[in-house]
Design a protein. Structure first.
Length: 369
């Protein structure tokens, strides 16, 4: 579903054209920007650096700068899988565009999210680039300007739109960035920390402790300092991605891919408005509501991979049952606008969604715990 006609229709509608002035207002107040204070994406370092750069498409440097015109639109891209059927054996991938020119209270509303494509299932796409190729082509055209009608000035103008961010869960972002992912030897897309295995076990799962002092196998780094992790830069990421594709044999390519955690040059790197990995931040929903909070519940209930026996943080089973029952009962007194009723976390954790974990951890857990 083409993106350019979508955007052209929006700017030709007076109501939407008025809402789309939000970014221009922020851009006009550049001198009011306070370093270190973030109110929205336009206070982010990546956007601020783009403001002084010329637009580049391929090897061509264009005469205009990023977001130099008040019509210019800032976009983000997201993808994730969902199961269209109850049995959840088959998945489909949806491709979404978010328009940051709209005010923050409008840009993430369902009616303002642009669906630009669906990747059919039943499994994860082997080559996601082949499905987003047309989208990237459109974004390159938008960087070079396309003709559109402005409903506010009743005239034609040159419309530009730039993709500045991509997000999703770790498997989805790893797919877009051509990375090995969280099970790789170099799993992190932000830094170059190395994973280590469990010695003397067939289990091939790698983990990434900061300290390796007690690990029996020799490692290149004995301890990583969390304040000084070996962060990836755009130049180093692209250099490694190109290096992976350079060796003549597949064996050599696989060795480099394993070392760097990168499988090749991603198609999205053709968009110079993106920076790898800075334009691919971690998703708060998956990081906290889908990961951290459920893991804490497993810790407190003594169910975390059999590692909690005798630990002081494990709640007595009787107490945990009361906590769960009280949590479920408490939701009857909460406004329905918060979300659906929350199940009992002691019995029905599998029914929890991220929004339920959010409500439980913010409004119920501080009291019942």
């Amino acid at each position: 579903m083409p993106l350019i006609p979508h955007l052209c229709v929006l700017v030709s509608n007076r109501t939407y054209a008025t809402h789309l002035q939000y970014r221009a207002d922020e851009h006009a107040k550049t001198c009011m920007h306070t370093p270190g204070m973030t109110t929205d994406i336009f206070d982010g370092l990546h956007y601020r650096l783009l403001l002084g750069e010329r637009v580049v498409v391929g090897d061509q440097s264009l005469p205009h700068h990023y977001f130099s015109d008040h019509h210019d639109i800032a976009l983000s891209f997201a993808t994730d899988s969902f199961a269209p059927f109850k049995k959840q054996k088959h998945t489909t991938w949806i491709l979404l565009i978010f328009n940051y020119n709209l005010p923050p209270d409008k840009c993430f509303q369902k009616d303002n999210i642009l669906c630009v494509g669906i990747i059919p299932g039943p499994k994860k796409p082997w080559d996601a680039d082949s499905f987003i190729y047309l989208l990237v082509q459109e974004l390159l055209k938008l960087a070079m300007r396309v003709s559109a009608y402005d409903a506010l000035s009743c005239s034609l103008f040159a419309l530009c739109a730039y993709l500045i961010m991509c997000f999703g869960d770790i498997p989805a972002v790893s797919m877009l960035m051509h990375m090995k992912g969280h099970n790789g030897l170099c799993p992190c897309r932000i830094c170059g920390i190395q994973g280590i295995g469990i010695p003397d076990l067939r289990n091939k799962t790698l983990y990434v402790p900061l300290s390796r002092h007690n690990h029996p196998m020799p490692t290149d780094v004995v301890k990583y300092c969390p304040e000084t992790l070996p962060l990836r830069s755009h130049d180093s990421f692209m250099s490694q991605a190109k290096a992976v594709e350079s060796p003549p044999t597949e064996v050599q390519q696989e060795e480099l891919a394993k070392e760097y955690g990168i499988k090749g040059v991603p198609l999205l790197s053709a968009l110079m408005s993106l920076r790898f990995p800075q334009s691919f931040p971690y998703n708060f929903m998956h990081l906290v509501w889908e990961n951290l909070i459920p893991n804490l519940v497993l810790f407190w209930s003594g169910c975390y991979k059999g590692m909690d026996k005798g630990q002081p943080y494990v709640l007595d089973p009787c107490i945990w049952q009361v906590v769960g029952a009280t949590s479920a009962e408490a939701t009857k007194m909460m406004p329905s606008s918060f979300d659906a009723a929350i199940p009992n976390p002691a019995k029905d954790r599998s029914f929890f969604m991220s929004s339920m974990w959010s409500v439980w951890s913010l409004f119920i857990a501080p009291t019942v715990l």
